[in-house]
Design a protein around this ligand. Structure first.
Ligand SMILES: [Zn+2]
Ligand SMILES: [Zn+2]
Length: 114
């Protein structure tokens, strides 16, 4: 069975969102890392004209980016509500797990891609 999150901590050390998995693994995702990988149509479809005017300097916007809350979507995904109002990104568990930036998972990915 694929691992599922047993615990989600929005505010971890060093601006990370921390997920504890059912197989005992822990993943710590820096906020910007997660947001950069937002799977929603708006973020994915760069190059497509968007209805809303976008901030040309997102890194210079008033508030530092962080997730306000996260909600489980069914039994397969996590929806993250960012403090800038963006909440369209639904991160499937297997997608989240495949993003895990820890050295252990990094090594596994390297082994697989070879
Ligand atoms: Zn998005
Ligand atoms: Zn990992």
């Amino acid at each position: 069975m694929a691992p599922i999150p047993t615990k989600v901590k929005l505010a971890g050390a060093n601006n990370t969102l921390t997920i504890q998995w059912s197989d005992g693994h822990t993943s710590a995702y820096p906020y910007h890392f997660l947001r950069d990988r937002c799977p929603c149509a708006t973020c994915e479809g760069s190059g497509r004209p968007s209805q809303k005017p976008t901030n040309p300097f997102p890194m210079l916007s008033q508030k530092p980016l962080r997730p306000d809350r996260a909600e489980l979507v069914g039994r397969y995904a996590l929806q993250i509500f960012w403090n800038d109002g963006h909440s369209a990104g639904i991160y499937a568990f297997d997608y989240l797990r495949s993003l895990c930036p820890c050295p252990e998972c990094d090594a596994q990915r390297l082994a697989k891609s070879d």
